[in-house]
Every structure is written in structure tokens, then in C-alpha cells.
Write a protein that binds this ligand. Structure first.
Ligand SMILES: [Ca+2]
Length: 488
């Protein structure tokens, strides 16, 4: 029987020893009284000497229906599927943002990305994707995640975790935003939103591969390089110190290059493979299958080190899929607040705490994992920057009933602003372009595809007005303190 912590606090050696005896006793008593109580009931009454390791794996632009365990028939993802079989798979999980940067901001800060300012849409090279706040911040070289922001990584490091990122950063090009300034002990990353997988150049031919803020030369397919770095980090960890590994893959983000698609010269900037909407289907599949294979290598290392039972693995995607993805059964794409742009796969495996083979229908967001990680590690947010998510891992570990929540999305890009709000079965969606605005009310329970707009239906017009008002109140609240706003 495995027993794990849910309320770790720093303990002295004698306290740990005492706890170990208490724990052993508790396990035997519980097992004797109830032979089937081998998971959540025991788990949440016991403590363990060490908090678990945490691995957060993020796919990039993976659609809701892009994995075999999410019903994609033409792809093989046995290792991610195994995580789902051994843990909980979420069917109502959402990315905090409809694009890369915002979701990463929300995950690391544990709060709506809107509070930070400038990071509500992907940071692009040149002026790609910018909007008012982001343009102002770029002009003063302030477009990125400021080191003054609270991150879960720094909190984990301060509490004794070894911390590493291997993968995609995308939270600022300026050196002052580099991940080693945010609490990561070890860093290996591509700095931008998408790059040639073999030559590490982005769409303006900027060099993207970095370590601790410095460009670094490597050879190989980026999915392999980052997994190898991560595996080396895990192999070096000692049993007496927990680790947090942030593993944000660039897969299956454009450009579309599989592991066997090496070319001596960099991909031309006008190559059709740079177009995120037009992936050759077999290349797209090869990219995901290779990521899955390498995740399998990581899982094997955890097994070899005999730490799988004490390692929480979280897998999610940073936003909905592009037109190259399978977003079924939803409509809409990356960048939009229709379900296809924000609802994504998510899986948690934590043997003996999180029940195996379960499916959760609890609506949840990326930053719920931040709240869970904080609780698991016994760290707390500053009073003036509380985490805004719920402890979703505790929720599924307890097999608690679904709770009603109100979830918000907002994504400006140029002059276009996408808005979204979900409350229970109801969804408010709007998109505005300067003075033009389209608004909708959908009932997700009967209309997953968001095709049947109910805002003008007299039976539901009150619900529409109520959700719209809620959204406007939230928008106003988050807008007032944002960086990048003109001073009053
Ligand atoms: Ca993305």
C-alpha cells in the first residue's frame, strides 16, 4: 500500500522518524479495518516524510481530441494513455488562455494572466499579435513576465525543491525575463513561441536555444534535446530532496517537422510548414507520437529510480488546437474562446492518491494545478497575490462532487478581443473588433458545438445578461491594476 502526503510541512529528522512510525501504524490499522481503502481515504489522513516530486508536462497547441485516450483513432500515444489509465483524465479542463504566453503566465503565477499586463496574447517577434498594453510595454523593453511576480517555481525552490525547466519559455525575450530569474535552478529552453526543430530559428530567424540566459549550441531534434536534458536532471536528483520539473514541449506547434525531417539548411521562413493551419497530417501525427515516446522514456527513468509512486505527473495542453489539430467534439480553434480554442486534454497521475482510470467532469483551468502544487508542497501564496485556482488534485483525489464555478477568458490581439465565461452549463462568448461586437449564449450541456445561440431566446435572455454583467465586472477589476496601462 502506498501512502502519501497532502499536508507536508518541514520536519526535523526526529519528527520524520516519528511520522514514519505513525504512518506505518496508520496504514496497517486502516488496511485491517477496510481492505479496499487503499487510496483516497488513507491518503488524506496520513503524512509522509518527503513531499512528492512534481512533473508538469505541457503540450503546445494540442487539440482536445488529439490523443488516443481522447478518441483520436489514427494516432498512437500509449504512454500518455497509460498516464490516463493510471490516473484521472479530465474532460472539462481548460487552458487559462487561448494562446501560449497567457496560459504559461497563469500557470506560473497561479493567477489570471490579466493581472500581469501585456501577456494576454502570445508574445510574438516583431509586432505579431500585439495590442495596446503589449505595444506600450514592448516600447520600454518591459514585455515579459517580470521577476517581481510571484511564481510557483520560486516558492517551491524556497521550500527546498530542486527546480528545472526544459522546453518552451515564451515569457519574454529580454534577458531580464529569463527563467533562471524566476526560481529555476536548471534551465534549458527555447525562448520564443515556435522555431525550427533542428536549427532553432524562429520566424524572423532569431536564434532560440538558451541555457541560463545564454545562447547554447546543440544538435538534434528539439523534442529529443529537451527530453534528454530533463531525464539527466531527474537522474541526478537525490532521494532526500524533492524536485519540480517543468517540461513544456513545443509539440505539435508549427513549424511542422517530425523527428526524421532533418534538413541541412534551416526551414525557409516562407515554407508552408511554418503555417500553423496547414500541417501535413502524417507529420503532425509523427510529432505527437514522438513526444509520447519520449514521455515514455521519462516515465521509465522514474520507474528505474523507483520514484514513480512519489511523483505527481500532470499533463495538459496550453491552448486548443489549430486547424491542423483534432478539436472534436468542439468547434473553434486556438486564439478563440469557443470550446475548441480553450478546452484541452489534461491528465494527472499520482499513484495511491489519485484514483486510477477515472474521468473527471469538473470544469477546471490550468492554474488549478498551481494551487494543487502549492498545497502538495506545503507552500503558500503571498496574501496580496492569492492563487485563484481550486485545488483540483485534492478534488479528484477525494472523488468530490463537481462544484459550480465561474471561469473567465479574455484575449486581445490587434483590435480584436475574444471574451468567454463559463458558469455551470452556460457559456458566454463575445468577439469585438473596434466598435463591432458579436455576443452569444450557449448551453454546453446540449450544444457542445456552440451552434445554437440562445441570447435572444426569451427564456434565456436573463441568463445572458447576468453572465455578461459578471464578465464585465471581472474585466473591469483585472484591467485597473494592469501593467502597461496609461497612467491616469
Ligand atoms: Ca500554444
Amino acid at each position: 500500500m502506498q501512502v502519501v502526503t497532502t499536508s507536508f510541512t518541514n520536519k526535523t529528522t526526529s519528527q520524520k522518524s516519528h511520522l514514519r512510525h505513525r504512518l506505518t501504524l496508520l496504514v496497517f490499522i486502516t488496511a485491517a479495518l477496510n481492505p479496499i481503502a487503499d487510496t483516497e481515504k488513507v491518503a488524506f489522513s496520513a503524512e509522509k516524510t518527503n513531499p512528492p516530486n512534481i512533473v508538469f508536462i505541457l503540450a503546445d497547441d494540442m487539440g482536445y481530441g488529439d490523443l488516443a485516450c481522447y478518441d483520436r483513432k489514427d494516432i498512437r500515444t500509449p504512454h500518455i494513455d497509460r498516464l490516463a489509465a493510471q490516473g484521472v483524465r479530465f474532460t472539462h479542463h481548460y487552458a487559462n488562455g487561448a494562446e501560449c504566453t497567457p496560459t504559461r503566465t497563469a500557470f506560473l503565477t497561479g493567477r489570471y494572466q490579466q493581472w500581469v499586463g501585456g501577456l494576454e496574447c502570445a508574445i510574438g517577434t516583431g509586432n505579431v499579435g500585439r495590442y495596446d498594453d503589449a505595444i506600450r510595454l514592448r516600447e520600454t523593453h518591459d514585455l515579459g513576465l517580470p521577476v517581481e511576480e510571484q511564481t510557483i517555481v520560486r516558492l517551491l525552490k524556497q521550500s527546498g525543491y530542486a527546480t528545472a525547466i526544459s522546453g518552451k519559455w515564451h515569457l519574454g525575450y529580454e534577458p531580464k525575463f529569463a527563467p533562471h530569474r524566476h526560481g529555476f535552478d536548471k534551465t534549458f529552453y527555447c525562448i520564443g513561441g515556435g522555431m525550427d526543430y533542428f536549427h532553432y530559428l524562429d520566424t524572423i530567424a532569431g536564434y532560440n536555444l538558451f541555457q541560463d540566459g545564454q545562447p547554447i549550441r546543440r544538435e538534434g531534434y528539439f523534442t529529443d534535446l529537451m527530453t534528454d536534458e530533463a531525464i539527466n536532471f531527474v537522474k541526478k536528483q537525490s532521494a532526500d530532496k524533492p524536485f519540480f520539473l517543468y517540461l513544456p514541449y513545443t509539440t505539435p506547434h508549427a513549424p511542422f517537422q517530425g523527428p526524421d525531417d532533418y534538413t541541412p539548411d534551416p526551414l525557409p521562413l516562407d515554407s508552408p510548414l511554418q503555417n500553423q493551419s496547414k500541417a501535413p497530417p502524417q507529420t503532425y501525427i509523427a510529432m505527437i507520437e514522438h513526444m509520447d515516446k519520449r514521455i515514455g522514456d521519462m516515465l521509465r527513468v522514474l520507474d528505474e529510480k523507483k520514484i514513480s509512486n512519489n511523483t505527481v505527473i500532470i499533463f495538459a495542453s496550453d491552448n486548443g488546437g489549430t486547424r491542423s489539430a483534432r478539436n472534436a467534439p468542439f468547434s473553434g480553434y486556438k486564439g478563440q474562446t469557443y470550446e475548441g480554442g480553450i478546452r484541452v486534454p489534461a491528465i494527472v497521475r499520482w499513484p495511491s492518491v489519485v484514483p486510477a482510470g477515472k474521468v473527471s467532469t469538473q470544469p477546471c483551468l490550468t492554474f488549478d494545478f498551481t494551487a494543487s502544487i502549492a498545497r502538495i508542497a506545503g507552500v503558500q501564496a503571498a496574501k496580496d497575490k492569492p492563487f485563484e485556482g481550486i485545488d483540483i488534485i485534492d478534488h479528484v483525489a477525494r472523488q468530490a462532487d463537481n462544484i459550480e464555478r465561474t471561469l473567465y477568458w479574455r484575449k486581445p490581439r490587434g483590435n480584436t478581443i475574444w471574451r468567454g465565461l463559463r458558469q455551470g452549463r452556460w457559456k458566454y462568448v463575445s468577439v469585438s473588433q473596434q466598435d463591432k461586437m458579436k455576443e452569444h449564449l450557449f448551453d454546453l450541456e446540449t450544444d457542445k458545438q456552440e451552434k445554437n445561440d440562445l441570447k435572444s431566446n426569451p427564456q434565456h435572455s436573463q441568463k445572458f445578461e447576468q453572465l455578461k454583467l459578471l464578465f464585465l465586472q471581472w474585466e473591469k477589476k483585472t484591467r485597473e491594476n494592469r501593467r502597461g496601462r496609461p497612467s491616469k
